[in-house]
Design a protein around this ligand. Sequence first.
Ligand SMILES: C[S@@+](CC[C@H](N)C(=O)[O-])C[C@H]1O[C@@H](n2cnc3c(N)ncnc32)[C@H](O)[C@@H]1O
Length: 251
Amino acid sequence: MSLPSYESNTLLNQYLLFHYGSQEEVLPYSFGPREALEFPARCVSELVCEHLPSGRARALDVGCAVGRASFELARYFDEVVGVDFSVAFIEAAQELASKGLLDYARAHEGKVTLRSVAAVPEGIDRARVQFETGDAMDLREDLGQFDLVMACNLICRLPEPMRFLSRLSSLVKPGGVLVITTPFTWLEQYTPPEYWLGGQAEGGDSFNGLCEALEGDFSLLQEKDMPMLIKETARKYQWTAVQASVWQRQG
Ligand SMILES: C[S@@+](CC[C@H](N)C(=O)[O-])C[C@H]1O[C@@H](n2cnc3c(N)ncnc32)[C@H](O)[C@@H]1O
């Protein structure tokens, strides 16, 4: 199975629609899972806002893609850093940070696309947000510490998720908050099975694996399921029940 590349125009346009599309653009039907819209913004409004840390100086969004959640974090934090491996995604996010708007072409049918404009929502200070390319498993040493670290739907895209998870205790300030969402979609093309957190055998629950990876340095504040909708074409969607967990760094 070949996997879609996060550098491709198809995925760039799909993620711009996923992060910035209006309800009319994403789900123009009289039916459908409306509660699954705006997933990146809901990660902040439903998870971060429920557990805002006392310090609000710095937030980090790892695997930020085209940046919507990073901008939403800027409503609450003085400085937000968004990091992603994809050059195409980070260039789009940087354009949105500098201009507030970005033209793109969303897939409709076959070769037909529709012109759209991604826009950072009103009321967000874009100057608070910086985007950079980076590898979650090898983040630069001088990134510093954060009051909040968020990683949405990242860990099952990493070749070795533990290389990211074991860095978290030094990235999150003591008392700071960690938000992780994941559909636990383990795929050998992204992650060799020996590095999966679970899903190998009956009883090998991936959330238990995540808890084992974080326990000791973090305590679990909340766990919940969240619906997510990604539009592929006019009539084709991915609907996902994402698992979300919120943690506090001990100490
Ligand atoms: C499934 S998408 C989720 C994006 C975003 N957090 C969201 O919820 O819409 C996974 C993201 O992780 C990024 N990614 C994959 N491997 C990475 C790595 N090693 N380091 C940083 N980002 C990575 C991809 O480029 C992509 O933007």
